[in-house]
Design a protein around this ligand. Structure first.
Ligand code: HEC
Length: 192
């Protein structure tokens, strides 16, 4: 019995030492471009699913109107589109550089997720991914507006989709103003 216990204790210490060494000596992937750690995806998914099972039953405190969808679309453009993309647009540089990859919501759609689940993710964020929690920067109504926009993506009025389809500033070709000022800058440079 004594030997058995000793074996268990030595075993635990060995496992702890290997795990410690894995991180301490730099074998654990820390770059977003690196392969995931063994079990990383599974463990993150278990934790998230347990939380989301509770969140799915959260009910929106209001029925969304067209104004709510509009507000949601503007919030989405400002706070989400850099990572999650817009309908018909390319992935942004930010989206390409993240690990795990932010799902391009308007390519695959989150429409089958209940609004309560999206609300939980947007409010709290998803730890160890690039997904920020917004509960300290958006108020509760705004959190629901953007969540309801995504939950009802196939039902929102066309005018809301028009707002979403406008390119982001980072994608847009330079406006005539900036092009003109860039041209005048070059023109005013002394010739060499
Ligand atoms: C800096 C990048 C970034 C920003 C900004 C961002 N997200 Fe995310 N989001 C992510 C990443 C990365 C994931 C994937 C997390 C994972 O793999 O579990 C994610 C996941 C999600 C998911 C879950 C998708 C699914 O299919 O499971 C939803 C919904 C979501 N984000 C909504 C939003 C909304 C709404 C906003 C804006 C209010 C937002 N996100 C802003 C990076 C971002």
């Amino acid at each position: 019995m004594g030997k058995f216990l000793l074996g268990i204790i030595v075993g635990i210490i060995l496992i702890a030492a290997v795990v410690f060494g894995y991180f301490y000596f730099g074998y654990a992937p820390v770059a977003t471009a690196a392969m995931p750690m063994p079990l990383e995806k599974k463990m993150a998914a278990w934790g998230l699913h347990a939380q989301l099972a509770k969140a799915a039953s959260l009910k929106p405190p209001f029925e969304p109107t067209e104004d709510d969808y509009h507000a949601g679309a503007l919030l989405y453009r400002e706070h989400c589109a850099a990572c999650h993309g817009l309908p018909g647009q390319q992935r942004t540089a930010i989206a390409k550089g993240e690990y795990p990859r932010p799902p391009q919501l308007y390519q695959h759609g989150v429409t089958d997720d209940p609004a309560g689940e999206t609300y939980w993710k947007v409010a709290n964020g998803i730890r160890m991914t690039g997904m920020p929690g917004f509960k300290n920067s958006l108020d509760d109504k705004q959190l629901w507006q953007v969540s309801l926009l995504l939950a009802n993506a196939d039902k929102v009025p066309a005018s809301v989709n028009d707002v979403l389809k406008r390119p982001l500033p980072m994608d847009a070709p330079p406006s005539s103003d900036t092009a003109a000022s860039a041209a005048s800058n070059t023109a005013s440079k002394p010739a060499r």
